[in-house]
Design a protein around this ligand. Sequence first.
Ligand code: SF4
Length: 303
Amino acid sequence: MENTNIEWADHTFNPWVGCTKVSDGCKYCYAENMMSKRFKKVQWGPGGTRIRTKTWGEPLRWNKQEWAECTHCGWRGHEFIVYCPSCGDNSLQPTRARVFCASLADVFEDKPDQRMEMNNWRRNLIELIHITPNLDWLLLTKRPENILGWIPNKRMTGYTLSNINFGVSVEDQEQANERVPLLVELKTMWEFTGMLFLSCEPLLGMIDLSRWLTQIGWVIVGGESGPNARPAKIEWVRGIRDQCQAAEVPFLFKQWGEYSPIRATPIGFPFEPQRVGKKAAGRVLDGQIWNQFPIFRIGENHV
Ligand code: SF4
């Protein structure tokens, strides 16, 4: 899928489709709603079959494109232009495209009845990442316990894979306590030179991330969208933003989701989020859009 509408990536690549729910953040899984319930392309859960996509050639094409970013307004694209199509400024500079992998699956799902087949797909994915050094790959998972076993180290393949960045998705403190330490272990237990990131979406509670932030390069936060969305409270989002600011970690607030945290509340009553729809709720927090990105190392140690 090109021109992804995920705010924090330029492309989305799905090596396969299908997954099994693992925690509360999966309850109203967007991918399941779309690919399983709506389009009936795959069956979700342990009994379903993961289906390999036919889009494996896309990253090779993206790898050949030159990307530019406007230093004035943040616009990104691969058109050969002098002036930014968004703000008209001429401060475009070369950059690298970011690829989110995968939005319709979890690359580190262990599915015993398809294990060999999916291991082959994972090997193919690593080869693809190796031969697309101009792309910054972002692999997001809810199963960080499987990363170490499944990603070959440099000694095994000769691949440096410095264009690979791992993230975990954490929706509450319980999942953060479980998943973030496993992610952080990658820095010490594996010859890993990329960035580690967190996606707190859908945010379902207050999370204290402060003990890990020295190891984390980027934090993305978002409220839930969809018909059954659960509200994200403003103090939860502020809490993570403030921790990131204190630790000087880039913070990106993607969306409030279906609920706006702001409404006219009689004095003396607590703020209660109100369902207004994703578009109306927007992504402004305390009067500003938080769109901070990490600096990916351009061309350094790649391949
Ligand atoms: S891990 Fe992601 S893709 Fe898999 S069920 Fe949970 S939310 Fe859906």
